[in-house]
Design a protein around this ligand. Structure first.
Ligand SMILES: [Zn+2]
Ligand SMILES: [Zn+2]
Length: 239
C-alpha cells in the first residue's frame, strides 16, 4: 500500500516535541509523503502552544515542492459532552481538526461516558479525525463509536504510536484490533497517523501496516492510501 499522508505530527512548539517544522517537512519528503499534517496539541494540554500559535498559521506556506502541508490541531476533549479546548471560530480556521482524549485534560469516565464524549466531539462539524481511540484508560464502546463515526463522516485513527509497547496508552494493540474489526463490519474508514514527536518517525507506519495486513483490512477503507481523500479531512472553509 502506498502511503500519501501523515496527518498526526507534533513539533518542538509543544514542550515534549523535539523537531522543528522544517525538520518534519524534510522527513516527510524523504519518506515519500505527498501531504504532511501539523497537528499541534490544543491549548489545554500542559506545555502546548497558546491560541495565538494556531491563529498565526496564515504565515506558513502550504506547498513545499511535491509536499503539501496542512496546519491543524489535535484538540482536547474536555468533558463528557465532547467540549473542545478551542473556540469554534478558531477551529473553523484550521485546515483540519483531530479530537483526542488525554489524561491531562479529562478524567477518564465510564465506558458510556467516554463513548458519549467521543461521539459528541465527532458531532462538531470541524472534527475530521478522532485521535487514538485505543487506550484502555478510556474504555470505549467500539461498536457505538464506529457507527457514530460513519454517521458523522469522521475518520477513526489507527495511531502508530499506540502500537509501541512503550507508549503510556494501554492495550493499544488489542483495542485497535477491536476498532478495525468494527470498521470492517460497518465500512467506516480509518486514517493512520504516526503521532510523531520527533522527525525520525514522520511517515513511518511499519507497525500499523503489519497489523492491517494481518487483519486483511481493506485498502479502500484506509484514507492514507489515496491523496484524493484529503478532501474528506480538510475543512471546506480552508480548502
Ligand atoms: Zn494525543
Ligand atoms: Zn498527538
Amino acid at each position: 500500500m502506498k502511503i500519501y499522508m501523515d496527518l498526526h505530527t507534533h513539533t518542538a512548539a509543544c514542550d515534549h516535541g523535539y523537531s522543528t517544522l522544517k525538520e518534519n517537512i524534510d522527513a516527510a519528503k524523504e519518506a515519500g509523503l505527498a501531504c504532511l499534517g501539523l497537528s499541534e496539541h490544543g491549548p489545554a494540554a500542559p506545555g502546548s502552544p497558546r491560541p495565538v500559535f494556531f491563529r498565526n498559521y496564515k504565515c506558513i506556506p502550504r506547498e513545499y515542492g511535491s509536499l503539501r502541508l496542512l496546519c491543524g490541531v489535535e484538540a482536547n476533549i474536555m468533558d463528557y459532552d465532547g467540549k473542545l479546548d478551542m473556540e469554534q471560530d478558531l477551529l473553523e480556521r484550521m485546515d483540519y481538526v483531530i479530537a483526542s482524549m488525554h489524561i491531562s485534560c479529562v478524567k477518564p469516565g465510564t465506558c458510556r461516558e467516554n463513548t458519549r464524549a467521543s461521539i459528541r466531539a465527532m458531532e462538531n462539524p470541524c472534527v475530521r479525525i478522532l485521535g487514538h481511540p485505543d487506550d484502555s484508560r478510556f474504555p470505549l464502546d467500539y461498536e457505538e463509536l464506529v457507527k457514530a463515526a460513519g454517521r458523522e463522516g469522521v475518520a477513526l485513527e489507527l495511531n502508530n504510536s499506540s502500537l509501541n509497547p512503550q507508549n503510556v496508552r494501554q492495550n493499544g494493540r488489542e483495542n485497535i484490533r477491536t476498532l478495525l474489526r468494527n470498521c470492517q463490519k460497518y465500512g467506516v474508514p480509518i486514517v493512520m497517523g504516526t503521532d510523531s514527536h520527533i522527525c525520525y518517525t514522520v511517515g513511518k507506519f511499519e507497525e500499523s501496516l503489519k497489523l492491517l495486513d494481518e487483519m486483511e483490512f481493506p485498502e479502500e477503507l484506509v484514507l492514507n492510501a489515496d491523496l484524493e481523500n484529503i478532501r474528506k479531512i480538510v475543512l471546506a472553509k480552508t480548502f
